[in-house]
Ligand binder design. Structure first.
Ligand SMILES: *Cc1c(COP(=O)(O)O)cnc(C)c1O
Length: 495
């Protein structure tokens, strides 16, 4: 059966999956959503015998119905290959009473790889299908993780170029090294003198600049985005929840049909939304537990029904969750309005203009699938330290937030369902915060020195991705002022 996508803000929109992937965002500013969420058409007891790639095909074919079997399988094959350091792609590891779904075995050792290793291939197939003949130029602003994952995904993918902007002093040492050493003839990365918001705004302005778009088109280019609102990122993320459930069955940890809870360290609300879609497909998930750091705008929303971004932005040790506008939440809002696009558009207008909105009691009732919690900085560090002490397993800061929230939820609710926590980054990526949490004596240590120390402490080998950047040549040295981003793009593309 063919599945079409509509916009959260205009029900007249009807596009194929490949069109939605190519466009990224609907013209009305809304997000693309599937007209219906398909029911999982393979029984889970069959899924438990399947590899990650086979599971990916089984799930994704139900959402990307205008892709042929060959096209989709080819995308999956190119994405989930030796770039991952384990054949399992997303191993499930039990430590204490939590099952950690390790989503950090890809090229950049964070969960963005799960989707960004396949998006470039989905995008180039989509371009071909829709007879878009221009070279796709991906523009991305990053606070650290997305940029590198996007570069690694798009590097040397024919028909694409990628330009990434990051705040010069706003990313970790490891993150910066990862980006400036990225190889690939179609890759550029620029450090801007400003913060992430400047980078983000600069990119947004270029996307909205019609004159620039026309000049690009003349030269055979078109902009596109690798942003997490693209359904080409969302759909691949549904896969690993299905895979995790199948693993629990395979390992004999649960009975068939047994309901599990899922805890997700959340920023832009993409990862947890994928779990919500998995539940809608019929995967036996009880509660979706949304874990925030001190930027707990989502926790407050689930408590009160009011989303309010008018608050102080806090820099935390889990920077990929330092977000006050969770773009993907719009898809959930759409769902709980009963797919009412004018209501959804109105909430988003209020968010844009006033920075806040409050949902109705009726809508709030429909949030019963969700629970929410948060961890402050001390609790995050404690979560790393205690998990290590009790189990020997070392969590990264983001996963530590989830771990704390998961255990706290269980303590308070007395809900005893087994819990899978999305483990979104390798501890090696945030080695400084992780080691300081384990022992204060590391507080003043050099970040790169600590990598060896972490090998000792965790009994795990330093990921190849980290070893590589330690010796790799710095290939990118471009910098620019925040107001010179367009000029820089023109120079790079020669227009
Ligand atoms: C992006 C990211 C998150 C947040 O995921 P969302 O899909 O934006 O909610 C959490 N942890 C890490 C390490 C990330 O890179």
């Amino acid at each position: 059966m063919d599945l079409y996508y509509t916009s959260t803000r205009d029900s007249n929109v009807k596009v194929t999956a490949s069109e939605a992937i190519l466009k990224g965002l609907a013209t009305d500013g809304g997000l693309f959503v599937p007209e219906t969420i398909p029911a999982l058409d393979i029984p889970v007891n069959q899924l438990k015998e399947m590899s990650y790639q086979e599971t990916a095909y089984a799930v994704m074919k139900q959402f990307l119905t205008d892709f042929t079997e060959d096209e989709l399988k080819e995308c999956i094959r190119k994405a989930y290959d030796e770039k991952f350091d384990t054949e399992e792609i997303a191993p499930l590891v039990k430590a204490g009473d939590v099952y950690y779904l390790e989503l950090f075995h890809g090229a950049t050792i964070a969960f963005k790889d799960m989707a960004l290793s396949i998006l470039p291939h989905l995008l180039t197939v989509s371009a071909k299908k829709n007879k878009a003949d221009k070279e796709i130029v991906i523009l991305t602003a990053t606070s650290g993780d997305t940029g590198k994952a996007a570069m690694a995904g798009f590097a040397d993918v024919a028909g694409t170029r990628i330009i990434v902007f990051y705040p010069k002093n706003g990313v970790s040492k490891i993150q910066e090294l990862q980006m400036v050493t990225q190889e690939g003839g179609n890759v550029d990365v620029v450090a801007i003198h400003g913060n992430f918001d400047h980078a983000q705004n600069g990119v947004k302005k270029m996307f909205e600049n019609q004159k620039l778009a026309a000049e690009l088109a003349e030269k055979g280019y078109q902009f596109s985005s690798a942003n997490s609102i693209n359904i080409g990122r969302l759909v691949p993320q549904i896969v690993y929840y299905v895979y995790a459930y199948a693993k629990l069955l395979q390992y004999g940890e649960i009975e068939e049909g047994e309901s599990i809870n899922v805890t997700v360290p959340t920023g832009n609300f993409g990862n947890i939304l994928a779990a919500y879609y998995a539940k809608q497909m019929g995967l036996p998930i009880g509660r979706l537990i949304c874990a925030s750091n001190e930027n707990k705008v989502l926790f407050d929303f689930f408590q009160s029904g009011t989303y309010n971004r008018n608050r102080k932005f806090v820099l935390t040790s889990s920077p990929s969750m330092d977000i006050l506008i969770s773009s993907n939440l719009e898809r959930l809002i759409y769902q709980i309005t009963g797919k009412d696009c004018s209501k959804t558009a109105e909430f988003m207008r209020m968010l844009g203009e006033e920075g806040a909105y409050t949902v109705s009691e009726e809508m709030k009732k429909k949030l019963a699938d969700f629970a929410a919690g948060y961890a402050d900085e001390a609790q995050t560090a404690e979560s790393i330290r205690e998990t290590y002490k009790q189990t020997g397993y070392v969590l990264d800061t983001h996963t530590a937030v989830a771990s704390h929230v998961c255990r706290e939820y269980r303590r308070v609710s007395k809900d005893t369902a087994k819990c899978v926590a999305a483990s979104t980054a390798s501890p090696y990526k945030f080695v400084k915060s992780v080691m300081s949490a384990i022992d204060k004596k590391y507080n003043d240590a050099d970040e790169l020195e600590l990598l060896k120390e972490l090998e000792q402490v965790s009994g795990t080998e330093m990921p190849q991705a980290v070893q590589n950047i330690l010796h790799a040549e710095v290939l990118h040295k471009k910098e620019c002022k925040a107001d010179q981003m367009e000029q820089t793009v023109r120079e790079i593309l020669n227009i």
